[in-house]
Design a protein around this ligand. Structure first.
Ligand code: ATP
Ligand code: MG
Length: 373
């Protein structure tokens, strides 16, 4: 791909882009189509940005900052009307059409063969025929999902849930109303819109929404300015923070300590903002402590019993080739996984996958063998 053309598209100096080639900007021709991918952010270009061989750019989905205390954050970020959307717990995907073929890009800008097959099956292709420039930004959720499998939605396998729309070659996304209107027009799954409130009174309305989502095992909310001027902010439920911790401590040495610490700190801020009594805060402490210690002890015990610690996931594919391509994709990402033989089932094949957590296995075994931390 011509560097000068890509640089011009992105508004970067050509020399700067050449310098970054192979370190931060990577070329790929598998799976097709050929593209250039940004591994890290560069001078205002989001990580996960992709430039296709056609010259079309799909920008990375913008990062969403987190509120630790809802009330002051809302006051500081918003003035007009705030929309409360559910924050879906899955993985970020951007679906677009290149030369008439729909492709699904992960957060990092990889074309994921599994996600691409699902998106081609679930999204009405009419939307891409009517809007060839469109980029559908959404979350892939459901239990049969290889990255963030969750059984908390009324979804049997995997579904794409729209939460924003963008256009190729443009950094801006369209925001709440255009997204929900498009979803309605084409019958797309869309993230629930849970209410719209004036910024001044929003906090009081939002707290019960967060509590209710938490009880239902859902992740949290994303607050969005309906006029699409202020950037959105995210906020998560205590139960969801604890579920993340439970997962992270089961595979404790494969998770960054940032992931863990930030979730514990959130609990402190929420307990104080919600003015919890000493009884309530003790209940929170018990929930938090259990989500740390129980999975950790379970991992150690299993390893002592000579069990290999692994993460089991399952995908459902229409074609065996998709599973093979997905296996190749994981290998390319540096994720070690063992794929079972595909089992014929409704709608194609079910494939069980054991994702290896090498670091947790090795560390735990070392401790069992008497080594020091
Ligand atoms: P970030 O994506 O902000 O860098 P992260 O990778 O840790 O952070 P999350 O903490 O899950 O991700 O929060 C942001 C992500 O939430 C978005 O990238 C998107 O995938 C997801 N999301 C789920 N529901 C929504 C929604 N209604 N609106 C916007 N994003 C949503
Ligand atoms: Mg997420």
């Amino acid at each position: 791909m011509k560097i000068s053309r890509v640089a011009e598209r992105l508004g970067l100096p050509k020399e700067r882009l050449s310098e970054l080639q192979e370190t931060i900007v990577k070329e790929s021709d598998w799976p097709p189509p050929r593209l250039m991918r940004f591994d890290k952010p560069v001078s205002g270009v989001e990580a996960g940005t992709v430039v296709f061989y056609t010259g079309e750019v799909v920008y990375g989905y913008p990062k969403i900052k987190r509120a630790m205390l809802l009330e002051p954050a809302i006051k500081r970020q918003f003035t007009g009307i705030v929309a409360v959307e559910e924050k879906m717990n899955g993985y970020n995907l951007r679906a677009t059409s290149i030369d008439g073929e729909i492709v699904a890009l992960t957060r990092g800008g990889y074309i994921c063969p599994f996600s691409t097959e699902v998106v081609r099956d679930r999204i009405d292709p009419e939307v891409f025929r009517d809007h060839p420039e469109i980029v559908l930004c959404g979350e892939m959720v459901g239990p049969e999902n290889p990255y963030v499998p969750k059984s908390i939605y009324p979804v049997d396998s995997a579904e794409f849930v729209l939460f924003d729309i963008a256009k190729k070659n443009s950094r801006v996304t369209q925001g709440v109303h255009p997204t929900h209107d498009l979803a309605e027009e084409y019958g797309l799954n869309v993230t629930p819109l849970l209410g719209e409130f004036r910024a001044e009174g929003a906090y009081k309305e939002i707290v019960p929404i967060v509590r209710d989502l938490g009880k239902r095992g859902r992740e949290g909310i994303v607050l969005k300015d309906v006029s699409n001027e202020a950037p959105p902010i995210k906020y998560t439920c205590s139960e969801s923070n604890c579920m993340d911790l439970e997962h992270a401590f089961r595979y404790y040495n494969d998770y960054a300590s940032d992931f863990i610490v930030s979730r514990v700190v959130r609990e402190g801020f929420q307990a104080v903002e919600w003015g919890e009594s000493s009884e309530e805060i003790r209940a929170r402490a018990a929930r938090l402590g259990e989500s740390i210690l129980l999975p950790l002890a379970d991992t150690i015990r299993r390893k002592m019993e000579k069990e290999q610690i692994a993460q089991s996931v399952q995908i459902r594919v229409k074609r065996i080739q998709t599973a093979k391509d997905f296996e190749q994709h994981l290998r390319r990402m540096g994720i070690r996984a063992i794929f079972d033989i595909p089992v014929p089932d409704v709608d194609g094949y079910v494939v069980r996958i054991e994702k290896m957590v090498m670091s947790t296995n090795d560390k735990t075994q070392a401790m069992i063998d008497g080594q020091l931390w």
